[in-house]
Design a protein around this ligand. Structure first.
Ligand SMILES: Nc1ncnc2c1ncn2[C@@H]1O[C@H](COP(=O)(O)OP(=O)(O)OP(=O)(O)O)[C@@H](O)[C@H]1O
Ligand SMILES: [Mg+2]
Length: 420
């Protein structure tokens, strides 16, 4: 992928994961997101009907084509979809005719297979009126997007398969044990697909982290004036690079952590450490973010104490809570970090005097990808995974996280971790 293409894709990734087809039955969000990076006049998504191996429209942008219309594929087309090595095809006139699109009179078509572990279950087709419109970079982008969309679409399509099977069972079409066997097989497939998804996420996150670490490292070196003093503007811009890269790295780490949590591969490694060490380190990391908004961070602890926990994960819990507190607090606000212990447990409390959270959302904000509507969530690009991961990390320690907050009146997050 060229740099420009990978930049575009990088921007697109988090938003592709956000697509929720349960609340968007028309699949319009998929096209809206793709449109940001690839040009097309019409877009179609097809599923291969598992019984008949025909193509079935599922989502489309053109009003003349009906969802769930099916098309009989010739043997040649079937084998081009199933057996061709390439994930991306440039469909010819025969294909376009077979799916009933000839009258659209478009000159360029591009098709990406939707597949999981080389099992093809559908295709995304984009059409543009100009001739020879699609370039190498568009093929790359569609291919990469189709990889992620395969996972988004998979759940939906498999649940359709379930519906067919359950209906068949109800109608007495299948022998009971046959139906159960198929359901069991599907279940195994879902588990397998989920494993592949997590591996895929872990891999791309790793690939993305490596270059970002060098951006961070070099901006640190520049900022430390080791190779000559920076003027005021240069120092400001280097700091901006650092803030943006830290932010992006945070998002990538969240995706990676979430995939580990879902694969139940997140392990904790406990050691004994002074709590002030974790708090000080987090304060150092977030200080550029706080300084930029003139937010004062106060540490509050009657006495330092030792805890037995996973140092890196406790740091991450604190980082997520403190960075939220900074993010959702207006300029010149205040953030307090408190720590206290008793013989049975220790508490970490992060308080801010920011925008607060309405009580009706207190349960919801810990769910994946949930972000409440506010000027702050719009301004900052983020994934909405921070609190989900935080809660998981606290629970891995056998602890609990709770929240006291009301709208316009600040928020207090309380983490309670037992000590045995
Ligand atoms: N201290 C806070 N004050 C006000 N709202 C908050 C606070 N912390 C979290 N929220 C709300 O809960 C939502 C979920 O928080 P979470 O940390 O999971 O996501 P995020 O910060 O938006 O994104 P990410 O952490 O993935 O970068 C936020 O989008 C925000 O609406
Ligand atoms: Mg957050």
């Amino acid at each position: 992928m060229s740099k420009l293409t990978s930049d575009k894709f990088l921007k697109l990734i988090p938003s592709l994961f956000e697509i929720n087809l349960n609340s968007d039955k028309s699949g319009q969000t998929i096209f809206t997101k793709l449109e940001q990076v690839i040009g097309f006049d019409e877009g179609f998504i097809y599923f291969l009907n598992p019984e008949s191996l025909q193509l079935k429209y599922t989502y489309k942008t053109h009003a003349n084509y009906k969802i769930n219309d099916t098309f009989k594929l010739t043997q040649k087309l079937k084998s081009s979809i199933y057996t061709s090595d390439s994930e991306i095809l440039l469909p010819d006139a025969e294909f376009i005719k077979a799916v009933g699109l000839s009258e659209l009179k478009k000159k360029s078509y591009i098709l990406a297979k939707i597949s999981i572990k080389s099992t093809v279950f559908g295709a995304i087709l984009l059409a543009k009126k100009e001739i020879d419109y699609y370039k190498e970079s568009d093929l790359d982008l569609l291919n990469a997007s189709a990889c992620i969309l395969s996972y988004v679409l998979k759940d939906l399509e498999l649940s359709d398969v379930f519906k067919i099977q359950l209906k068949a069972l109800k109608d007495g079409i299948y022998e009971k044990h046959e139906a159960y066997k198929t359901i069991k097989e599907q279940n195994e497939k879902i588990l397998e697909a989920d494993k592949v998804k997590n591996e895929f996420l872990a891999n791309i996150s790793h690939e993305l982290r490596t270059p970002l670490n060098s951006i961070l490292g070099f901006s640190d070196i520049l900022g430390a004036n080791l190779y000559g003093n920076l003027n005021h503007k240069q120092a400001e811009y280097v700091n901006d690079i650092k803030i943006s890269a830290t932010h992006l790295l945070g998002m990538i780490n969240e995706v990676l952590d979430m995939s580990k949590i879902e694969a139940r591969a997140m392990k904790i490694v406990k050691s004994t450490f002074w709590i002030s060490r974790a708090i000080d380190e987090v304060c150092n990391i977030v200080s550029p973010l706080a300084d930029k908004k003139h937010i004062k961070i106060t540490k509050n602890m009657s006495a330092d104490f030792e805890v037995f926990a996973d140092y890196q994960k406790i740091q991450q819990i604190l980082y997520n809570l403190v960075s939220n507190a900074i993010k959702f607090t207006p300029e010149n606000g205040e953030v307090d970090i408190m720590a206290a212990s008793n013989p049975k447990s220790f508490k970490l409390v992060v308080h801010d005097n920011g925008i607060g959270i309405d009580e009706k959302y207190h349960g919801k904000i810990f769910a994946k990808f949930v972000q409440l509507d506010s000027a702050y969530t719009k301004k900052e690009s983020s994934t909405g995974l921070g609190l989900t991961i935080t809660k998981e990390l606290v629970e891995l320690h056998g602890g609990k996280i709770s929240l006291i907050s009301e709208i316009n009146n600040g928020s207090t997050f309380i983490v309670d971790i037992p000590q045995d």
